[in-house]
Design a protein around this ligand. Sequence first.
Ligand SMILES: NC(=O)c1ccc[n+]([C@@H]2O[C@H](COP(=O)([O-])OP(=O)(O)OC[C@H]3O[C@@H](n4cnc5c(N)ncnc54)[C@H](O)[C@@H]3O)[C@@H](O)[C@H]2O)c1
Ligand SMILES: O=C(O)[C@H](O)COP(=O)(O)O
Length: 532
Amino acid sequence: MAPRVLVSDKLSPTAVEIFKDRGIEVDYLPELGKDKEKLLSVIDQYDGLAIRSATKVTEKLINNATNLKVVGRAGIGVDNVDIPAASRRGIIVMNTPFGNSITTAEHAIAMLFAVARQIPEANASTHDGKWEKNRFMGVEITGKTLGVIGCGNIGSVVAMRAIGLKMHVVAFDPFLSAERASELGVEKVELDELFKRADFITLHTPLTDKTRGVIDKDAIAKMKKGVRIINCARGGLVVEADLVEGLKSGKVAGAGIDVFETEPATENPLFNMPNVVCTPHLGASTSEAQENVAIQVAEQMADYLTKGAVTNAINMPSISAEEAPRLKPFIKLAEVLGAFVGQVTDEAIEEVEILFDGSTTEMNRRALISAALAGLIRPQVADVNMVSAPIMAKERGIILSEVKRDKSGVFDGYIKLTVKTSEKTRTIAGTVFSDGKPRFIQIKGINLDAEVGQHMLYTTNYDVPGIIGLLGSICAKHQVNIANFQLGRNRPGGDAIALLYLDAPFPPEVLRELRATDVILSAKPLSFDVAA
Ligand SMILES: NC(=O)c1ccc[n+]([C@@H]2O[C@H](COP(=O)([O-])OP(=O)(O)OC[C@H]3O[C@@H](n4cnc5c(N)ncnc54)[C@H](O)[C@@H]3O)[C@@H](O)[C@H]2O)c1
Ligand SMILES: O=C(O)[C@H](O)COP(=O)(O)O
């Protein structure tokens, strides 16, 4: 039976043609993206779902999608897809990481001019026959400083265009290396410095726990009077109520907003404010970008549904059918090793070394390296996948090296990750046991044997009596059950660590209590995608 695909958002008709040419039955029903109940009632009929941002792929939808094998996002952001829920059900989520970057960067530049010269209001006034020549006094952008927050695919195109327009560009991005910054011609700065110096600020980060509300009233207080703010990335990066206050007080002279805290945005406190230019999430809406992403997503989905080939998957490594059974658990191992270091690292990463020992030297090391990099980068860039991770690492100037070593210990084979930042070098090693599950076997050179769980707590501590009791009693006090508890140290009385596998996330508000003890040096809750 031919696979069936549902297109539930407005995609270029080329996607439909590609599916048909590849022998796939396709229903083009873009209205279903906005009709949750109808979508829920038909989703079980489909093997593939092609979407943009209007369709919300929730856990409820996934649970009804009993035949679904792949979700293809014609675009970049997958924040409308519940990825852990999809992974748990073995559904691959693919995106098209580069197809609409230039178009979105152009929209940000268009917003910059619109806000600098109040073009939409001047246009409306002129159409009204008012000829208000003296009302609309703009500002030049030449010689002004543009602050780019998030200098990845889109941010770097915006930076290059702005430099071409004779602006000075300062950028804040923890993953931007000094080399990449100088190649782009931007000045890498800290966030407060950017706030202090920028005449215009443009946002190009994903929405993560770290970026949510990055522009709030405290940030606005640090900005220049008369700053203009552009958001063509994600609603939620800007606290809308705080921006409204900033505009009312005159501290913020204008804003260009393409994305909103709640979408579709039919009501919003920013609407109808002077010099606030709003567009309905149009960043990717050009015929060129829509053609790019539609072709790419249809080809990727068709390749998967007809040949089992996996490209640009967020939650699944690209591997061939033959090597899959043996490689898959090691791919998961590489990802969790990267995810461990990624979650404990806040500084820019300079170097990554991946050591393959014993049997792992004979495996698809490229896939394993990509998986480790994806795990490492994902805490900062949620949409990273195994295809984009190596490119992102290269663009960020991360020096990558690989070492192969004959079997050197008790394990048949293991992988060791060494990550160097400007401040420190972190190491972690792991292997896969006969149950097919990853284990951490060494952290900071300290041997241990720790199962990897969805929720974990990692501490560094003094090697003194009572650590088990202390951590156990704090977890018990807050009703967090411990599934597994591992301790390790380099020598009696030396550096010591503890790794707890928990049944629920460690409550963040309890961390202060833990850190206030005089024996725990650091404590970090970690989470791992152990499904799939
Ligand atoms: N308006 C639209 O229609 C539209 C279109 C395409 C993409 N987008 C959105 O634009 C955003 C950027 O997309 P992209 O393709 O450039 O992504 P990208 O992954 O290439 O770049 C994002 C950058 O943000 C950086 N970053 C992560 N956390 C940060 C932090 N705390 N502070 C500063 N920088 C941080 C990352 O290091 C990365 O360089 C995404 O949110 C995407 O969904 C919007
Ligand atoms: O993340 C993206 O690619 C953009 O937000 C575009 O969203 P859209 O495809 O719904 O226009």
